[in-house]
Ligand binder design. Structure first.
Ligand SMILES: Nc1ncnc2c1ncn2[C@@H]1O[C@H](COP(=O)(O)OP(=O)(O)OP(=O)(O)O)[C@@H](O)[C@H]1O
Length: 237
């Protein structure tokens, strides 16, 4: 099984509105993919379905070899906790907990005792081992988002989903976060699927998928920001 995630003929409708149409795509293990497209093209919906946070109307979502449709709600929650990580634009840290307590939270929620070494390792991966005892209010926005990445990583998920992870950060801080994400993939730690509007952000990925009106409208491999920008303003997107 070489795919971290595979979407097979995925369709999503809300009432009479079709938001995703027959999406067929694989995210190989160890790859970094950016998903782009105009506002309303279905990027976030695709990410939510691929992460098993939302159920497709038809088609299959296979994460790390498991068809998630076969899991009941309890197993699905456990599976998501173990096999996926999610980073949003908002950092969503608990303000009363330290960085290391925030990172340990998914393990606690799974009913296990957090392994201090795994927590410190996750913080070291994002360059924040020295801030383990700091609370979110004592950290910059970029540092808070790196804690959120460490929290998403602590269970060693097969895939990390990110929805506009640099959306709330300034340019330099956003680049630091993207360097961290790029290195996680280069070091073979996880697979990343990231939604973004920004060609510069997309250029950190190995591949860019373009969505238009709920359909896959093409892809670019080894993307440069110029090539992505040209594609975004071109006829197909
Ligand atoms: N819960 C819902 N109920 C009804 N329609 C929805 C729902 N969620 C999303 N949609 C619709 O699905 C379409 C795709 O939304 P989605 O958020 O996936 O797009 P997006 O490409 O991520 O957009 P943006 O870049 O603006 O975030 C939109 O037309 C949206 O209005």
């Amino acid at each position: 099984m070489d795919d971290a995630v595979r979407l097979e003929s995925l369709t999503k409708t809300y009432g009479a509105v079709t938001v995703l149409r027959d999406i067929r795509v694989s995210f190989p293990k160890g790859s970094f993919t950016a998903v782009m497209g105009p506002s309303g093209s279905g990027k976030s919906t695709l990410l939510q379905c691929a992460a098993a946070l939302d159920r497709p109307s038809s088609g299959r979502v296979i994460i790390d070899g498991t068809d998630v449709a076969g899991l009941n709600e309890t197993r699905l929650t456990e599976f998501r906790r173990e096999s996926t990580g999610f980073v949003f634009q908002a950092f969503n840290l608990l303000p009363s907990l330290t960085a290391e307590q925030n990172v340990a939270l998914p393990v606690r929620l799974a009913g296990r005792r957090p392994d201090g070494r795994a927590v410190r390792e996750a913080l070291a991966r994002v360059g924040l081992e020295a801030k383990a005892r700091s609370r979110p209010s004592q950290l910059s926005g970029g540092q808070q988002q790196r804690v959120a990445v460490a929290r998403a990583l602590v269970t060693r998920p097969a895939v990390l989903f990110a929805d506009e992870p640099t959306g709330a950060l300034d340019l330099a801080t956003g680049r630091e976060l993207l360097d961290v994400l790029r290195k996680l993939v280069d070091d073979g730690l996880t697979t990343i699927v990231m939604v973004t509007h920004d060609p510069n952000v997309a250029s950190y990925a190995d591949r860019v998928l373009f969505l238009a009106d709920g359909r896959l409208a093409g892809e670019l491999t080894a993307p440069t920001s110029e090539a992505v920008a040209a594609r975004m303003t071109g006829a197909t997107c």
